[in-house]
Design a protein around this ligand. Structure first.
Ligand SMILES: O=C(CO)COP(=O)(O)O
Length: 141
């Protein structure tokens, strides 16, 4: 008879979306590492490559991965925002490298603004968003 191993229930409620351009991925992985206790309490979604990097570094996190950003992943996260399923967007943007999918990047940050979703583009601002969630200033559900 096999022994059942109890898994923690997956968190529910609105997600924290995690996205980073290539040169910023190490900074986002490091940021996640500093906030594992808080991040594991929320559903996490990410663009494909970003989510893979975070998952590799922290296998204990449950991350729903979209397509890669240039393949439509930014748009998938934008759609989740429109559906009311995202409470914060952590998007470490590389402002110095031209992106072939620049329109998608703009569309994602634009739709976050349209829906008044807190959006952080750096570690310090991402910290502020987590403090705001912790202190009840951002609705989780
Ligand atoms: O390009 C991105 C955001 O615009 C991120 O996509 P990846 O996480 O797939 O690299």
């Amino acid at each position: 008879m096999s022994q059942s191993v109890s898994q923690p229930a997956p968190p529910h409620g609105r997600a924290i979306a995690l996205v980073a351009h290539d040169l910023k991925k190490p900074a986002l992985v490091a940021w996640c590492g500093r906030h594992l206790d808080q991040l594991r309490r929320f559903p996490l979604i990410a663009t494909g490559t970003t989510g893979g990097r975070i998952q590799d570094a922290f296998p204990e996190l449950q991350i729903e991965r979209m397509k890669s950003g240039p393949q439509g992943g930014d748009q998938q996260i934008g759609a989740r925002i429109v559906e009311g399923r995202v409470m914060a967007l952590i998007f470490f943007v590389d402002p110095l490298t031209p992106m072939p999918h620049d329109v998608d990047v703009k569309a994602l940050t634009r739709i976050a603004t349209v829906y008044d979703i807190p959006c952080a583009q750096s570690s310090v601002t991402a910290d502020c968003i987590l403090y705001a969630i912790r202190d009840g200033h951002i609705a989780v559900g």
